[in-house]
Write a protein that binds this ligand. Structure first.
Ligand code: GTP
Ligand code: MG
Length: 256
């Protein structure tokens, strides 16, 4: 028998004995329905959180004529990464344990143009009386060594079913466009397996520098936005002041 054939047969035998063991097949069979139900609940929780952000965006658009949110992305953790996480963290293989211990099964990512809006939106969400904060990690204040920045909130939100109310955990990541741009490129590097080590190291250093440049850009953009807002507010104040006949005549001579 040739080596290739041998490897193929050994591989199949491994899959049959381990991945397709009776225990594993029983686990799949027993947990299919509970898994689908749990994922459906998380989809509902995502809808609740996404709607809350959309409502806030709508209100700001009406009240201040601007949209603090650029985009909202949502995702449910795949079964594969759920099982991997359970395996790596030694979490029991049942849905109740997954719900209790894995806090990022449901994810909502809110992308804003400006830094201030991240904190404003987080405060608005957390002040709602059906939201419970489980954990807050501010990687903007304290970026990760990689340079990663974002504000992470693990919250609990109720979903209302036919005859019960369930609290579901959702991971909310709030970031600026610049942070999102950086994170998606860095994520690509992290999962590329075929880059030589020395090149990967250089790219990581380059990315850390880019993170600093993008953090500085966020601050400058925020300051420009605030100066524009200040100038607008001053102009509005000026318009509100009672005018004397002298002011009116002066303006007429200047403008006409
Ligand atoms: P996980 O078990 O990976 O979820 O880690 P954790 O529970 O300690 O959460 P953490 O606060 O580290 O952030 C989790 C999520 O934030 C990840 O799933 C990513 O979406 C994002 N994230 C965290 N660190 C980085 C990073 O260095 N680069 C990128 N691109 N994303 C990151
Ligand atoms: Mg995660």
């Amino acid at each position: 028998m040739g080596l290739e054939k041998f490897i193929e047969i050994a591989g199949q035998q491994f899959v049959r004995e381990n991945l397709m063991s009776d225990d594993f097949l029983d686990f799949l069979q027993e947990n299919r329905r509970p898994y689908e139900t749990m994922i459906a609940y998380y989809r509902c929780a995502i809808m609740e959180i996404e709607t809350k952000f959309k409502v806030l965006n709508e209100q700001f658009s009406l009240q201040y004529d601007r949209n603090p949110i650029e985009s909202i992305k949502t995702r449910i953790k795949s079964m594969e990464s759920l099982l991997k996480k359970a395996r790596n963290k030694g979490i029991a293989l049942n849905m109740a344990a997954f719900e209790e211990e894995i806090r990022d099964i449901a994810g909502v990512r809110v992308v804003c143009s400006f830094l201030d809006d991240i904190y404003m939106l987080a405060d608005c969400l957390l002040s709602q009386d059906d939201i419970t904060l489980i954990e807050r990690k501010d990687y903007i204040e304290n970026p990760k060594p990689s340079g990663y920045r974002s504000l992470h909130l693990i919250v609990e939100v109720p979903i209302f079913l036919q005859d019960e109310k369930r609290s579901m955990k959702v991971e909310v990541q709030l970031r600026t466009i610049a942070m999102d741009f950086w994170a998606s490129l860095e994520h690509k590097l992290r999962y590329k397996k075929n880059i030589p080590d020395s090149e990967a190291e250089l790219l990581a250093t380059e990315l850390t520098e880019c993170a600093q440049v993008s953090a500085a850009l966020d601050v400058r953009m925020k300051e420009i936005r605030n100066r524009i807002a200040l100038a607008e507010a001053e102009h509005e104040e000026e318009k509100k002041k009672p005018q004397t006949i002298g002011d009116v005549l002066l303006k007429k001579t200047i403008y006409h």
